[in-house]
Design a protein around this ligand. Sequence first.
Ligand code: NAP
Length: 279
Amino acid sequence: MPGKSETIKAAVIGHPVAHSLSPLIHAHWIGQYGLHGSYEALDIAPDNLVAGVQELVDGGYTGFNVTIPHKQAIMKLCAEIDETAQAIGAVNTVKIDGAGRLYGRNTDAFGFIENIVQTAPDFDFTSGPALIFGAGGAARALAYGLKQRGVPEIRITNRTREKAEELAADFDLDVIDWDDREAAMEGVDLLVNSTALGMTGKPPLTVSLGVLPETALVCDIVYKPLMTDLLAQAQARSNPVVTGLGMLLHQARPAFEGWFGMLPEVTPGLQQKAQEAAR
Ligand code: NAP
């Protein structure tokens, strides 16, 4: 662990990046644990990625988070990429070593799984099928995380079927037509929305939970609003639910650990702060 007097510089790079909650999360932990450090949001346009990252290396940064649209492009700049990030095909966390080499990781799958483990500790990943709505960047991390946890059958459905098929080929999933998304809920133990639907400013996710078992855990990784229509509908029929903000908070923990040398906790205080900022 770095000495308490050592100042550690970290950042999140993206374009746009002003909306990112990462500075709030990391600043909270720096303050909570009394560390000397900083964490900034840096807007770097795609054309400027190589030069922008070099500035971080030259500026003595310990590492940085990577958000849209750089999660794939950053991979080409990394000297090493861990197995998880390779499987997911995206890097969201980078550590810079003393020689200026970049080490890429992906903590999104950890964040997704850890959020479920902490919120619904009795949920057994191996007990039955899961159904994922969506096949975008986030869905890859979800599929990877669920596979790692031993989910016996993973169904995936997406408006653009080809994208679901690509993901299914990589992670051995069962593709369901988007039009059949309601029937696909039959017998599942876990339903997760990873589409952008239901997010503030996006169209609603129109779906009836009719055939979904009442014991199935329902997760939404959309966290704006925190209680999406999907979760509200699930809760009204007594399904246990997991909101999306926790995924964001938990994915930040291993990144912080990589830079500051300690695994921070997601406390109710941090949750509250992030929830207010996400509104
Ligand atoms: P993405 O790569 O752009 O994928 C978007 C997904 O939404 C695709 O599956 C897309 O389907 C679907 N979609 C968009 N508009 C749709 C519509 N009108 N009808 C049906 N499907 C539609 O985005 P992403 O990175 O995977 O993120 C998806 C959501 O998860 C976002 O809301 C994001 O904020 C959230 N997220 C949360 C966390 C967290 O930590 N909680 C982490 C990452 C992402 P098509 O393939 O057909 O376009």
